[in-house]
Ligand binder design. Structure first.
Ligand code: PEP
Ligand code: CO
Length: 459
């Protein structure tokens, strides 16, 4: 059984164009946009249908409690930061986090980056005003440029081609790292983030690494062989499927598999701003066979969610839907139970994960966007508790993070304060956990996973 193995006859990769598409770039030269889409459509896909299906399988096992999803990366990638240092930093921190989670939870961790295509952002207003000047909002490097001039802000379709190329370069480097010696579990020291200074979490991390190394050495000594499969890791990509021309361009059929795949990423997600059941994004997503993420904010209603599952999850295919709730620490108790009940009433299985970042954004007196480590942790902990209480299961976490030593979120063991934020605030969009805060966060999350290892049912 599979979702749209045979997409409804009226569906095509471009049928979304008949619907209302919010948050899209308005190109001054639509003919150029069409040419760019046609060019990307001719170029090789970034991922394969096998990888997409294998991720879907794994997400299905996470929904049954047999694996845990770790999804993380930048709020928005930038073309300027498509460099070796930034990419290895993100991979290192995600590998370290997954090691801690696997060790603590004793179950496989599915690693999914917000990477290799996370170039477009939904905006609350179409325009930005500074003084007397009003220009189109910056929508991410896939659409326009952040400078505040008419030229920068005019959507340029060529940027989709640049985004496709950057995504390919990023993915090429990640694949080499993940397949080569870099990700070898025999050598976790390769993933060390040299700038992370001594701390309780770095001590704990060292203990975990030593324990794992001892276990591997023991098994290899007993078996007198080198354990296969430890030399590489699986790593998947995801981004918000926002700019539908870009997504359409990479939507393909493949030999010997029915249906259509979005081969620009393994796991596209729909943001709530674009999740109207009658809208273009839902129309596009219903026809592809990829696993899908759906963001769920405090404004989600039972009717809306039920309708989305009717359209996007008609056959209850394992691994098809990941619901990513992002309610804010203070709203979990009030909103999450009804959402869980709604899904339980449909009788369908989904993978539930929490994004504890987007509901906890605040602005400092100095005007910087930040998030408090304690609120992020509180949202994760409250989510575990509510799911468990309701016979459901939280099977993953979705974080905005970077491998760099930035100061964007306050709190954590090092006690970053609002004064520290100016030291290394680099995000153009949302504040990210730095590597140390991210590692500390999973150490704390792991405590819950230990306690919840065998609890809950799949619905
Ligand atoms: C995001 O994930 O970067 C994002 C914009 O989230 P949300 O749509 O949930 O606010
Ligand atoms: Co964000």
């Amino acid at each position: 059984m599979s979702s749209p193995a045979h997409p409804p006859s009226e569906w095509t990769p471009s049928s979304w164009q008949q619907k209302t598409a919010t948050q899209q770039a308005v190109y001054p030269d639509p003919e150029l946009a069409r040419r760019v889409v046609a060019e990307i459509a001719r170029l090789p896909p970034l991922v394969t249908s096998w990888e997409v299906e294998s991720l879907k399988d794994k997400l299905g096992s996470a929904a049954r409690g047999e694996a845990f999803l770790l999804q993380g990366g930048d709020c928005a990638e930038s073309f300027d930061e498509c460099d070796a240092h930034t990419i290895t930093g993100k991979l290192k921190v995600l590998l370290q986090m997954s090691l801690v989670l696997t060790h603590g939870a004793r179950r496989p961790v599915i690693r999914v980056g917000r990477i290799a295509g996370q170039y477009a952002k939904p905006r609350s207003t179409d325009t930005e005003r500074r003084g007397d000047v009003t220009l189109p909002s910056y929508r991410g490097d896939l659409v326009n440029r952040s400078g505040f001039t008419h030229r920068d802000r005019t959507p340029d379709p060529e940027l989709m081609l640049r985004g496709y190329e950057r995504a390919a370069l990023t993915l090429n480097f990640i694949r080499s790292l993940a397949d080569g010696g870099f990700a070898d579990l025999h050598h976790p020291e390769y993933w060390d983030l040299s700038f992370v200074p001594h701390s309780d979490s770095s001590d704990e991390y060292e203990r975990i690494v030593t324990a794992i190394r001892d276990a591997i050495e023991f098994m290899e000594a007993v078996g007198e062989v080198r354990l296969a499969g430890l030399g590489r890791v699986d790593f998947y990509t995801s981004h918000e499927g926002l700019m539908l021309f870009y997504e359409q361009a990479q939507t393909r059929t493949v030999p010997r598999q029915p249906g259509w795949y979005n081969l620009s990423t393994h796991l596209p997600w729909i943001g709530m701003r674009t999740a109207q059941p009658e809208g273009a994004h839902v129309e596009y997503c219903r026809g592809i066979r990829n696993p899908l993420g759906i963001k769920i904010g405090p404004g989600m209603t039972a009717e809306w969610l039920t309708e989305l599952l009717d359209i996007l999850h008609p056959d209850d295919e394992p691994g098809r839907i990941t619901l990513i709730h992002r309610l804010g620490a203070g709203q979990v108790e009030a909103k999450l139970p009804a959402l869980i009940e709604t899904v339980q009433r449909t009788g369908k299985t989904v993978l539930w994960t929490v994004d504890p970042m987007h509901g906890n954004t605040e602005v400092t007196e100095g005007g910087l966007k930040t998030r408090r480590f304690d609120n992020i942790l509180e949202e994760v902990e409250a989510s575990f508790e509510v799911h468990e209480r309701m016979g459901s299961r939280l099977g993953g976490v979705h974080l905005e993070l970077t491998g760099d030593d930035v100061t964007e979120c306050v709190g954590g063991a090092r006690g970053l304060s609002e004064h520290d934020l100016e030291r290394a605030y680099r995000s153009q969009v949302d504040p990210r956990l730095n590597a140390e805060q991210a590692l500390e966060m999973v150490m704390l999350i792991t405590r819950h996973l230990r306690g919840h290892r065998s609890s809950g049912s799949s619905r």
